[in-house]
Structure formats: structure tokens, C-alpha cells
Design a protein around this ligand. Structure first.
Ligand code: MN
Ligand code: MN
Length: 278
């Protein structure tokens, strides 16, 4: 059921959009089930709706919820691109809940033509720069190769990477991707300097699996939740959209990862609200 706000929204308010799609997962499906569980954890009475940056997300009109897309496998990407483009054309800043990471490509096909000089800040254990994986050029391992080939953004800054291999190193060099590996953290100064407009793509597996076991590809040696929040909070430029992807409820333990995804969502919404008022 779409939950649409009846109240008027502040201009450029963030709009939540669930994208329950995991057909391009290469290893374990399940991420399609994430959006309602992240919403449930976000609304859970165990916490309040204030972001740490001092934004009360419980106030009417602070953000909208555009509900979850109902997708046909056949034209899912076109549908995602259209839905995100509609939100942008209505003055919203889409904050999308995946789904596997392949959805970032159609999302950015909507953003690319509407924003000049967009920078992506991409949190992930993986560079997701494969030219193709298992014969699929639209795999969740490939979205940033497609984005960079189509020149949809000016800069791609990746942070938390710890699975770089030879092929993806070549791809990163070819596309001029700026890679901040786990071994390079903290990197607050590099994020502070990035000028807007900024799009944040947050793959839950950037976190150490000890904090977020509910993902499809557990890669030890990742960020603590606090390291991720501190790096998000360091982003000073205007944020025009975001996604949180790869939460896989089938792998979760006691809804722990849903709670962490909801915390990340809360802070990202707070940052989008803060950058709107600057
Ligand atoms: Mn990813
Ligand atoms: Mn990943």
C-alpha cells in the first residue's frame, strides 16, 4: 500500500521510495523483501524520530513516503527510472530503499540528466564496477560501470572498499573513480571537501558483518556503525538523493540489520533535510 502524506511538503523535501527488486543479485536473493522491514524498524517505538543532527523526522511534512513500487521483471529498470524522475520533477529528493544494488543504475539515469556536476558518494565493501558478472551486464556487481560509461555523473567517490581485484582496478582507473579503501579510513576531510550536488549510495555490506549480518555478501573487516555515521555526517555539500541497498532479511539475526538500516535511513534523511535549508 502506498502511504502518501496528506500534508503539504516543504520544498525539496526527501521522498522515500521502496524498490523491492533483487533479480540481479548474483549470489543470494532476498533483498527485495527489505523496504517494509526497514520502514517498520524506522517507525519502531524502541527509538524516536530525531536524527543526531537535530532534525525531527516525526514532524508533518518533513519528508514524504511514496510507498513501494510494484515491479514487473520485464521492464523494472524503465519503471524505476520513470518513478524516480517523477519524484524529482515534483521537487522531491528521492531516498530509495532497495533492493539489490543494481537499482542504482536506473535511479541515476533519472538523476543524471537533471543535475549538472553530480557526485556519488558510494559506501560499499565492493566497487561494483564489473563490466559483466555471470553474463549479466546489469548485475548488482556492475551498476557503477554502467553509470560511468553513460557519463551520468561527474565524480564517483567510493568509500569502505575492501574487495578490489585486478579487473575492477582497471575499470576504476579507466573511469577515474576515486577509491577510499577501508585501510584509508578515517577520511572525513575528503568527504567534507566534496561539493554538491551529492547522491549517496549506501550498500549495507560496507558495515562489518558483525554489525549487519543481514546482507548477501558478508565481507569481514568493515566499518562499525559509528564509523559509517561519522563519515555520513562529514558530508557537507548539498545532498539531492540517496539509496540504501542490499539489506537481505533472509540473512538477518533478530532484526538487527533492519534496525541498523533504519538508523542509517534516519541520519541520511536528516542530512537531506539539513542540506535543503542551507
Ligand atoms: Mn554494492
Ligand atoms: Mn557490496
Amino acid at each position: 500500500m502506498p502511504h502518501r502524506t496528506a500534508k503539504p511538503l516543504l520544498s525539496a523535501a526527501p521522498a522515500l521510495l521502496g524498490i523491492p527488486f533483487d533479480a540481479n543479485s548474483s549470489y543470494l536473493p532476498g533483498a527485495a523483501g527489505a523496504p517494509p522491514l526497514i520502514r517498520e524498524a524506522f517507525r519502531c517505538d524502541s527509538s524516536n524520530l530525531w536524527a543526531e543532527t537535530g532534525v525531527d523526522l516525526g514532524q508533518d511534512g518533513v519528508f514524504a513516503d511514496a510507498g513501494d513500487l510494484v515491479l514487473d521483471a520485464g521492464d523494472a529498470f524503465a519503471h524505476i527510472e520513470r518513478a524516480v524522475g517523477d519524484l524529482l520533477d515534483n521537487g522531491h529528493r528521492p531516498v530509495c530503499l532497495g533492493g539489490d544494488h543494481s537499482i542504482t543504475y536506473p535511479i541515476l539515469r533519472a538523476f543524471g540528466p537533471r543535475f549538472k556536476d553530480l557526485t556519488i558518494v558510494h559506501f560499499d565493501a565492493h566497487p561494483d564496477l564489473y563490466d559483466e558478472l555471470q553474463g549479466n551486464r546489469y548485475s548488482h556487481a556492475c551498476p557503477f560501470a554502467r553509470v560511468m560509461e553513460e557519463n551520468l555523473v561527474k565524480r564517483l567517490v567510493q568509500i569502505g572498499i575492501r574487495t578490489m581485484n585486478g579487473h575492477q582496478r582497471e575499470q576504476a582507473d579507466r573511469f577515474g573513480v576515486e577509491v577510499i579503501g577501508m585501510e584509508d579510513l578515517p577520511a572525513f576531510d575528503r568527504l567534507e571537501k566534496i561539493k554538491g550536488p551529492i547522491y549517496i549510495s549506501f550498500d549495507m555490506d560496507v558495515l562489518d558483518p558483525a554489525y549487519a549480518p543481514g546482507i548477501s555478501h558478508r565481507e569481514p573487516g568493515g566499518m562499525s556503525v559509528r564509523e559509517a555515521l561519522s563519515h555520513l555526517h562529514a558530508i557537507a555539500g548539498a545532498i539531492v538523493g540517496a539509496d540504501i541497498v542490499e539489506y537481505n532479511p533472509r540473512q538477518d539475526v533478530s532484526q538487527l540489520t533492519a534496525t541498523v538500516a533504519a538508523k542509517i535511513l534516519k541520519e541520511i534523511l536528516g542530512l537531506v533535510c539539513r542540506s535543503r535549508t542551507r
